[in-house]
Structure formats: C-alpha cells, structure tokens
Ligand binder design. Structure first.
Ligand code: MN
Ligand code: MN
Length: 464
C-alpha cells in the first residue's frame, strides 16, 4: 500500500455493506429475522403487539408493574398502557438517579381504520367505509387481500376481538379498482388522487336475505353473520376499533433471502429489536426501559402516544420507589428514539441525496436530526450525544451508518425524539432503513435489523 493509499484509508470515511465480507454476520442476521417475521405476523395491530409482548415478557420472567412496590436490581417489570402501549424494564444496580437507558419505538402503523358508521350496501354488495390512519398513499391499498383486525365494545359492556383473513381457510376482503379498459378518466387524475379517500371501501359480502320486505337485504345478511359470530349489532361499530391491514404474511425477499418484506416494519422492526434486547438484558448497571408507543403515525397524540405522560409517569414511579430525585434521573438518562427511515432506492434515486442517504444493508442508521425543511420538528442531537453513541457502537463492532431521509426540499418526517427531549432527557434518533415505507409491503434488510438489535443490547448491557 502506498503512503497515500494508507492515508486515504486512515482519513477518509467510506461506509461499507456490513454483510459483504462477513458470512457469520449474514448467518446471524438470517437467524434473527426468523423470529421477527413471526412477530410481524402475530402483531398486525398495536393491540396485538401488546398481547404478544405481554406473553413473551411473562415467559421471560417479567412481572406486572405495581406502582406501590419498590424494586431491586435485576427485577424485570412490564406495563401495558390502555391495552396498546408496552413498557418494560430491568432494574439496574446503580441508583435511579444515575439515569435510565431508554429505547422507544412505536407499534402503530399506517392502515385503514373503519369509520364510526362503516357498513353499507350498494349494487348488491356490502361494504365497510374506511378512514386512513397515518401517511398512506391511497393508490397502494387497492386490489390486494386485506384482513380485518380489532375489537368491539358491546352494549353489555363486554368486548370481543376480531381477526379475520389471517388463518388458512379464512376469507379475505379487498378494495376494488377500475379495469384498464375503462380507466381513461381515472388515468388523467394526478397520482395522489388516483384513489381517493372516499373510494377506499372494503368489499365484504354479496349475499342477501330472502325477504322482500327488507330494504337492505345484503347489508342485513352481512349483519346477521357478524351478529352470529361476534354478538354485535350495527350500533357496536361506533364503539369499536377495527383496522384493515394487508392479509399477507411477512416473507423473505430475494433469491438470497437477505431481506424481509411485509406489513408494519415502520416501526415494528425497531420495536422487535428493542423488545428482544430488553428481554435479554440481565443485571444491567443502569435501569433499562423499552417502550413500544402508540399513535406515532398521527403525531403521537392521544393517551397512548408519546405526547402523553404515561412513559414519564412510569419513570417517575420507578424513581419514587427508590426515593430518587426525578430531575436528576432524567438529566442523567439517555434515550434511543428508535424509528425507521427511508432506505435509498435506486429506482427512485432522484428523491435521495446519495451522500446522505441511508442504505439497506449498511447497518442501523443514526440520525443527528430528522424533521422537514429547516429541521422543523427535529430534536437535533448534539455532537456529544452522537459521539457517545457511535463510539459505543464502534467499540462493539456494530455496523452503523448516518444520514438523512432524502432530498432536503422534498418533505421529511419527525419522530418521538422531541417528546423525550421535552422532559430533559438526551435523545438520539436511530433505526432501520425501509424500502417502500408506509406501503402495504415494506422491505427491510435483515442485517440492519440485526445491527439495531445488537445496538440496543450493547446500549442496555453496557450503558453509555
Ligand atoms: Mn415510524
Ligand atoms: Mn411512519
């Protein structure tokens, strides 16, 4: 190697694809991806993710959090907030005042929710009207098998869960589109109007009751079936939370099986990595906390969103158990705001800035800031915070990359980091890059998922 060549190696920064020269990493990532696919298939709504989490946390020895109890080092506790948000923690050997180590991801995903009065009949079909949740490109949701998940609250005060379209033998549902032969007028619409909100109607039946005196025969027939199966009336739709999601399962993508395609990578991919890391953390120095928050996709609002106090109340209650000063504990904490970002897509290269893109396969992606336009909505971590994190990752030989979402003036997006920062807790954004983000079939690279998991494990076990 010439002197300049070795200088180039020493001085220039060239991110690499983590698996290119490392079969062992490819193998470890492939193995980790198997559990992840199962997680995606079991948890297609935030409620289902909460149920899955409660089950695996109980199995791993976590106990339900009791705010009147003081906990000792090594104790593992969890809390499901309002049936949707997940909080789990391992008590550290150091006092709470030394700070928490937090990983916060979100478990809600873009989808189609049912409207309060969804059921109607037209042209001898029955349908459900939807209201999209989160940033949805509406044209992507038609002509594919859809499943219906959620919960009804019935007049007698009991609830009943619905999950149709997932099991072998289940029927599925769909949203229809025009055939190309008659598409001439629709073809003239701009892409954003290709399918409009009022056209996202889910086809759910076509058989009618046999009684001329009944006005809406197909609607009644559908309602009879729903009543028989779930004990509900049409009025119970107003006190329900029903989500329409893709019916297909998560699958390997590519001849080399290096990627996972499926619904809900944003942000269950970081949530799964965080949850697994938290479960595997034993006797940490700092108290570790993993949160799977809800409502991120609509601005973290609501009682289960990160704009609500519950996460910080949980931390305050843990502090109270040790009579620790909360302000000191928060200021000494460190949070990884774990959320996905866009992976550079060569087919859509013009949307990205190649030097500051994040690439599927180059490892977990760190973001000093997110936001749109002039970093609006960003938390914008300090050099010191990014420095501490990247040095920790380098020491643990974790593949990471750093970047931004795409071309500056095109758009952007925020994360929960700002709500954590509001509490005086230092926070850095980090997450897995996703191709076709927010679409029904998003794609991630298994190596990036594996590196996110390794980051959270190292962060929890070694602190920062
Ligand atoms: Mn997200
Ligand atoms: Mn999102």
């Amino acid at each position: 190697m010439s002197e300049l060549e070795s200088k180039a190696k020493e001085l220039l920064y060239e991110p690499a694809y983590a698996g290119d020269k490392d079969a062992a990493v490819r193998q470890a990532a492939a193995e980790f991806g198997e559990g992840y696919k199962n997680f995606l298939n079991e948890g297609k709504t935030e409620r289902e993710v909460a149920e899955y989490s409660a089950r695996v946390l109980e199995e791993a020895g976590y106990r339900k959090f009791d705010d009147r109890k003081a906990y000792a080092a090594g104790d593992k506790i969890y809390l499901i907030h309002e049936g949707k948000a997940v909080l789990c923690a391992t008590i550290g050997s150091r006092p709470m005042e030394d700070g928490f180590r937090l990983v916060i991801a979100h478990s809600d995903c873009p989808r189609l929710d049912l409207r309060p009065n969804p059921l109607y009949e037209a042209g001898h079909f029955s349908y459900l009207k939807t209201h999209y949740y989160g940033g949805v490109r509406k044209y992507q949701w038609v002509t594919m098998p859809l499943a219906i998940h959620g919960v009804f609250y019935r007049a007698d005060g009991t609830t009943v869960a619905v999950r149709v379209g997932e099991d072998a033998g289940d029927p599925v549902f769909c949203i229809t589109d025009l055939l190309p032969h008659l598409g001439q007028e629709q073809n003239e619409r701009p892409l954003k109007d290709g399918i409009k909100g009022e056209e996202l109607n889910v086809l759910i039946g076509s058989e009618a009751v046999d009684d001329e005196k009944i006005k809406e025969k197909v609607k009644l027939n559908t309602m009879l079936l729903l009543n028989e199966k779930y004990g509900i009336t049409e009025k119970d739709f107003v006190r329900a939370e029903i989500e329409v999601v893709p019916a297909f399962k998560a699958q390997d993508v590519g001849f080399d099986r290096s990627m996972v395609g499926g619904y809900g990578h944003d942000d269950r991919v970081d949530g799964y990595a965080g949850l697994r890391a938290e479960i595997e953390t034993k006797n940490p120095a700092y108290t570790t906390v993993c949160v799977l928050a809800d409502k991120e996709e609509i601005g973290s609002e609501g009682v289960t969103g990160m704009n609500s106090a519950y996460t910080f109340d949980f931390l305050r209650q843990l502090c109270a158990g040790q009579k620790a000063d909360v302000i000191r504990a928060f200021h000494n904490s460190f949070c990884l705001s774990a959320d996905v970002t866009a992976a550079y897509d060569p087919t859509w290269a013009s949307a990205f800035e190649p030097k500051n893109g994040t690439y599927a396969g180059r490892g977990v992606a760190i973001f000093k800031y997110t936001g749109s336009r002039g970093k609006s909505g960003a938390s914008d971590a300090s050099a010191e915070q990014v420095g501490r994190l990247t040095c920790m990752m380098d020491k643990a030989d974790i593949a990471w990359q750093v970047g931004e979402m795409g071309r500056i003036d095109l758009g952007g997006g925020g994360t929960v980091a700002k709500y954590v920062a509001q509490q005086g807790i230092p926070v850095v954004d980090i997450g897995v890059p996703v191709i076709s983000m927010h679409s029904p079939f998003e794609v991630i690279h298994k190596i990036d998922l594996y590196m996110a998991y390794r980051t959270f494990c190292t962060f929890f076990s070694e602190g920062l």
